[in-house]
Design a protein around this ligand. Structure first.
Ligand code: ASP
Ligand code: MG
Length: 402
């Protein structure tokens, strides 16, 4: 018995039948004597539909009004879920973000949670009410509704778990947990029993869409153990926590990220300060640079190649054109690339992870354009056409068929 915070994503509450299914998960836990606070996302594609509706009326709508509109998706699903629990005869109350005490900064559209003032939540729990909270929203210092950015309900749930010192934070979704690769593509992808916050953060940024990044950052900061599990199949999921069992595993997973553009700047002067000048200009425009490669200088010039998110490719090229006196052909932006990564804290203490990955790519005749490494990750940039083949080959090297 304890206090359990649960979160249900949009697909878990997409229709009446699924709302009833979620109600039964909540009630089962409540009947065991637990106190339950359940955070809910908007049903199915509601948020996207609302964005479309707004665009029909005013494509340049203010962020304040967008937040007011988008938060309605969660207002609907939280009330509907509460009704489903009412129908089963259990005491329940739904609360909007502001009623649940969510105070955020003033950045409409991607607000950060400042505090969760838990008095109302505690009060309702004290009355043995099941509490349903509309995710993804809060109130800023002007008493205006804010939203937390796409996928923000995960963060709402972790924030409540932290504020209430919950015994468990369960994120229910439509997959059974975190896998060593995309299970829809890799037949023998394995579900991980445990994973560390840092590994999860790497996987989240690299495109394993199970948990929102900010929610993992917050879980790490407040040391909230998070369990990712399926709302459709009642089987154990994956626990995200500070120290996870390695299970003799060198790596946790292989990921593919196709949101990458590779920019090459050929023939910049081979003098001190050039890299500084280049990357300072990009940083000033908030362009995040990932992998960087600089060639050895020859004669008086050198080449610098780096990657950015696809959406920033053109802007980066125009900034470089303004900053350096170079012919147009000397600045190349290639969007037909993909980043393949292996992630795992185990590689820190095991030499040979990189060579194993490179060998697997070599055997499939896949050319590596760039490489980057960190303590828990090795990434390579390759041709996008070969991305799926590369993931399969690398996954097989680390997780041979059993
Ligand atoms: N409904 C919001 C979205 O679709 C928030 C969430 O699902 O967590 O992004
Ligand atoms: Mg959603």
């Amino acid at each position: 018995m304890g206090l359990i915070v649960m979160k249900f994503g949009g697909s878990s509450v997409a229709n009446a039948e699924r709302v009833r299914n979620v109600a039964s998960i909540i009630i089962d836990s409540y009947k065991k004597g637990n106190d339950v606070v359940a955070v809910v996302s908007a049903q199915g594609d509601t948020t996207d539909d609302l964005i479309e509706k707004a665009a029909e009326i005013n494509p340049k709508a203010s962020k304040r009004e967008m937040d007011s509109l988008l938060s309605a998706g969660e207002q609907m699903s939280s009330a509907l879920l509460a009704m489903a629990i009412e129908a089963e005869g259990y005491p329940v109350v739904s609360l909007l973000g502001w009623q649940a005490g969510f105070k955020t900064d003033n950045v409409h559209g991607s607000a950060r949670i400042k505090t969760v003032q838990p008095e109302r939540l505690k009060n309702e729990i004290g009355k043995r009410n099941i509490v349903i909270v509309a995710g993804f929203q809060g109130l800023n210092s002007f008493d205006d509704i804010t939203t937390l950015g796409r996928g923000g309900s995960d963060t709402s749930a972790v924030a409540i778990a932290a504020a209430l010192h919950a015994d468990r934070c369960q994120i229910y979704t439509d997959v059974e947990g975190v896998y060593t690769a995309d299970p829809r593509k890799i037949g023998n992808a394995k579900k991980l029993a445990e994973i560390t916050y840092d590994e999860m953060l790497e996987l989240a940024t690299l495109g394993a869409q199970v948990l929102n990044n900010r929610s993992v950052e917050m879980a790490k900061k407040y040391n909230v153990e998070v369990e990712v599990l399926s709302s459709l199949k009642r089987v154990p999921g994956t626990i995200v926590k500070e120290v996870a069992k390695m299970e003799k595993m060198l790596i946790r997973g292989v990921t593919k990220d196709t949101d990458v553009a590779r920019i090459s700047v050929i023939g910049v002067p081979n003098t001190p300060g050039i890299a500084f000048k280049l990357f300072a200009k990009l940083a000033a425009k908030n362009i995040n640079v990932d992998i960087i490669l600089q060639s050895v200088g020859r004669n008086d010039t050198k080449d610098i190649t780096f990657t950015v998110a696809k959406a920033n490719g053109e802007l980066a090229v125009s900034i470089i054109k303004e900053s350096f006196d170079l012919a147009d052909e000397s600045i190349i932006c290639d969007t037909s690339v993909a980043k393949i990564s292996v992630v795992g804290a185990g590689m820190e203490t095991h030499p040979g992870t990189a060579s194993k990955m490179f060998e697997a790519l070599y055997e499939k005749d896949i050319n590596i354009q760039m490489i980057s490494t960190s303590e828990i990750k090795i990434s390579v940039l390759i041709d996008i056409e070969q991305a799926d083949k590369a993931v399969a080959a690398v996954h097989k090297a680390f997780f041979p068929e059993d």
